[in-house]
Structure formats: C-alpha cells, structure tokens
Design a protein around this ligand. Structure first.
Ligand code: 2P0
Length: 330
C-alpha cells in the first residue's frame, strides 16, 4: 500500500462502543482471531474511545497512555506492528487514549479501543482513513486486536459476517430511533477476559456445538427484524441469543458465569416492564451489566424504572452513533 503524505504526522480517531444483539462467542481460528459465528451489533454515540497516534523518529520504543496513565500493553504494540508492516513504516509511536467508558468491565471498551487505535495508527502511517470498514487490511488489524472491534468501524446496526469477517451496515444510526439503557452492576474489571473465556467454553462446554449450530437462524431472524423495523422481533432474538450464549458458558467445566444476582433482578424488571406494555429487551455480555434495547421515546421511563433496582452503580441512556472517524492533525 502506498502512503499519501510523508511522515511524521499525527492522527486522532474516535470510535463508539458497540453492543452485540446477536452474540459472538468462540473462534474458528485463535491465531487469526477469526470468529466461529457472525454477529449483529449496535454502535453507540457517547461511550467510546478517542486515540491519537504519532510516529516519531526520536522514540526508541512505543509509548502508550490510557486516560493519562502509562501502560505496557502487548495488544497495542501488536496493532502498531501490524500497521507498520502494512505501511512500510519503521518508527516507534506515541499513543494517547481516552476512554469515556469503563475499561475491561464487560462494557465493550476493547471494541471502541481497538477500532480507534487501529484507525488512528492507520492514518498516522499515511494510509487513507476514509471508509475504514471497506479496507480489508485495516479491518483485519482491528479484528486481531479485538474480535468485536471491526463492528465499531461502522455506525448504527452492523453485521460481522462469519465467512470472511467483513463488516456491513444494516441500518444507519439515524435510520431507526432506538436507545440502549445501560444498567451497570458494580465497577470492577471482569473476572475472566473474553479470550480465555471463549477458549474455555469451546474446550469444555457440551453446549458449544449446539450454540454454533443454532446461531445462523438467530442471525437470519435479526436481519429480517431489522429490515422490517420490527423492534419486538429484534428484542426477542436478542434475548434468545444472549441466554443461549450464557447457557453455553454456564455449562463449561468449571462453569463460566458473568451474570450476578443483580443481573437477574434487572432481567425481572425488564420482563415486568414488558408485562406492563413497555417495549424493553435485555442483553448481557462478558460482565454482569444489563443493556436494555428500546425505542428512543421509551428510554427515559425505562431508565427511571431500572434505577429502582437496588444496588446499581449507574443507569445511563445511550443512542445509536456513527462509525469510527479520524482526522490527520497538523
Ligand atoms: C460480542 N463479546 O459479540 C461478544 C458477546 C462478549 C460477549 O465480543 O477475544 O473483546 O478479543 O475477540 O471482542 C467480547 O470479546 O474478544 C465480545 P476477542 P472481544 O460482543
């Protein structure tokens, strides 16, 4: 690939977190970090990551700060090495990231983090930053950093296909007035990171094969619901996919359980809202937090109802947002 301008230059990129509606759990190739299943997600405005990368001939090592604190992170160096190889750059980089989402807590910080880092490094190396999701080499670098991160390259509802791990828009952020109410249960980091959690599930859960087998039907149902803008149908498949994924983990040996008592209290509250005629559907990832999909107009009263559940750290309303974007700095 050829660079458009000479180095050094700096590039800043922003990416929103995305939450999976139809879940990814498991890999078909661990070395390449290729997913065993496709996934469908919603990228959010607000919570996410902003990262600046500058390659600098004066540096003898990569420097990375997260929220102002210096970090040694092999994943960051891995992304930088992959971008250097793609662009023919042989300089170390200064990387500064700010998260507006809790780090490593099952709130998708790795997705926004890797999308912003990959795109900022790509731009700083002189490669084109327009339409990042259409550049397979960049999508692959971002995916190797975090399997869910390519979805944050696009806004709104997004599908990551299982066959070639490419990402595709299903509905733009402003095409459907949705919201996600995020109910946070506790503030600590998750006990088991996703990567070892997926390996353990694949190796020990007798439900792993059925999970993979049932998955394409959930993707098809979600695609159809999105095309028809049918929120109850999308909510139903989202809850089904969530519980199938967690059932698969619970059946591992020893079991892998991210859900907590308060998670179940929130699921009860969401079902109670539905019984009262309010359209609200839950999903949970590799953590105890509950994300509730709803129509944007219903979000304030759903947030108010969930805030009544005892013992929560926070309840926030989020809306669909754009894909990752970058600007080359002067
Ligand atoms: C998802 N999760 O689809 C699923 C649902 C968590 C549960 O993708 O190993 O940090 O780097 O590919 O992307 C979280 O896993 O994992 C995730 P790796 P990632 O959102």
């Amino acid at each position: 690939m050829t660079r458009s301008t000479p180095l050094p230059r700096a590039c800043a990129a922003s990416a929103g977190v995305n939450f999976a509606l139809v879940k990814y759990w498991g890999k078909r190739d661990a070395a390449l970090n290729l997913p065993a299943v496709g996934s469908i997600s919603l990228t959010l405005a607000g919570p996410g990551t902003r990262t600046t990368v500058a390659f600098d001939a004066a540096l003898d090592a990569d420097h990375f700060t997260l929220d102002g604190v210096a970090q040694a992170d092999a994943g960051v160096v891995g992304v930088l090495d992959a971008v250097r190889a793609a662009a023919g750059v042989d300089l170390r980089a200064r990387v500064e990231s700010q998260n507006t989402v809790a780090t490593a807590a099952g709130l998708a910080s790795s997705a926004s983090g890797m999308a912003a880092l990959g795109l900022a490094a790509w731009g700083a190396a002189g490669l084109p930053v327009e339409a990042p999701a259409t550049q397979p080499a960049l999508v692959e670098i971002v995916r190797r950093g975090s399997g869910s991160a390519p979805r944050s390259l696009l806004g709104g509802l997004v599908e990551l296909r299982v066959d070639d791990a490419s990402v595709h828009p299903l509905a733009a952020a402003d095409a459907w007035p949705l919201a996600i109410v995020v109910a946070r249960v506790g503030r600590g980091p998750k006990k088991v990171k996703s990567r070892p959690g997926m390996t353990h599930t694949a190796e020990t859960s007798p439900y792993y094969a059925p999970w993979i087998e049932a998955h394409p039907a959930d993707l098809a149902a979600a695609r159809a619901a999105i095309a028809a803008r049918d929120l109850p149908a999308l909510g139903a498949v989202m809850e089904r996919s969530t519980l199938r994924m967690h059932a698969c983990m619970w059946a591992a040996d020893p079991p892998l359980r991210y859900l907590q008592g308060r998670t179940l209290d929130l699921m009860d509250a969401v079902e109670g809202l539905r019984d009262a005629g309010v359209g609200a559907w839950y999903t949970m990832d590799a953590g105890p937090h509950v994300k509730v999909l709803c129509a944007a107009d219903d979000a304030p009263r759903i947030a108010a109802a969930l805030a009544q559940v005892p013992g929560l750290a926070a309840v926030d309303v989020c809306h669909p947002g754009p894909g990752a974007r970058a600007e080359v700095l002067p």
